[in-house]
Design a binder for this molecule. Structure first.
Ligand code: URA
Length: 251
């Protein structure tokens, strides 16, 4: 294993948009969710309300309804400072689902996940295992609204957003989920340990309704962390190789 690819940013961060992402998608394009202007009834998403009825309604939504609901969501305090909610991007029938933490400043401005510096590195990580965003890959976050100053989302905020991520998983039905960082792992697995203790383990996500089979999970480092901690890129490469081998074994 010490043979890791060099995940350099191939272009300056402020350069051209990432591949596979249209600048101005049509309003109903599920690949670019959360741009809709319509609001759901305010009672559906009042701050602090995390009722089973809301989760059940979200569990019934199609992509269009999810897009509208997320754009109007007021279920936690993150709504107050967002420019726009960021539902996700990619192939809605993807085998691969990558889940990050939450939108940063550039994602909040552009309405797409992982378009800032961490996103450039994620694209390079995908390329290292012959993947490309939008092509058999969907990218989402644990929370759909930017936490102020890019802080880690709180447990309550992730819980409020969980029905959306769960519905995305149910609609996509990926064969493998890669969790990027501790917050994403926390969102789908609960508080079950440090990132280091989750890496390399055989884990799976069981949908709440039990409607589909458990989906294998791989936990690895968040690209933003890797940008700050270069030595751990080799470990992330190990995780990606493991994910690729796992996916091949599922074929
Ligand atoms: N970090 C994340 O976790 N998600 C994004 O979309 C961008 C940065």
């Amino acid at each position: 294993m010490g043979l890791s690819p060099i995940w350099r940013l191939r272009t300056p961060v402020a350069a051209s948009p990432p591949p596979m992402v249209a600048a101005e998608p049509p309003a109903v394009d599920p690949l670019h969710a959360a741009r809709a202007e319509h609001a759901l009834p305010a009672s559906d998403d009042t701050p602090g309300v995390a009722d089973a009825g809301r989760a059940a309604r979200i569990a019934d939504m199609d992509w269009r309804e999810l897009q509208v609901s997320v754009a109007a969501c007021r279920a936690c305090q993150l709504c107050s400072e967002r420019r726009q909610a960021v539902l996700g991007v990619g192939d809605v029938h993807a085998d691969w689902l990558f889940v990050g933490e939450g939108p940063g400043a550039e994602e909040d401005a552009r309405g797409e996940p992982f378009v800032g510096p961490a996103g450039k590195l994620l694209d390079a990580m995908l390329a290292a295992i012959d993947l490309r965003r939008g092509d058999d890959v969907y990218i989402a976050n644990a929370v759909k609204c930017r936490p102020p100053r890019n802080r880690t989302p709180e447990a309550g905020e992730m819980a409020a957003c969980a029905p959306y991520l769960q519905r995305q998983i149910a609609l996509i039905q990926p064969r493998l989920i890669v969790l990027l960082g501790r917050a994403a792992a926390h969102a789908l697995l609960g508080e079950i340990g440090s990132l280091g203790s989750l890496r390399g383990r055989s884990l799976s996500y069981s949908p709440p309704a039990g409607s589909t089979r458990p989906i294998p999970l791989v936990v690895t480092y968040h690209p933003a962390y890797l940008l700050r901690t270069l030595p751990d890129k080799a470990k992330a490469w190990e995780d990606l190789c493991r994910a690729r081998a796992l996916m091949r074994s599922l074929a």
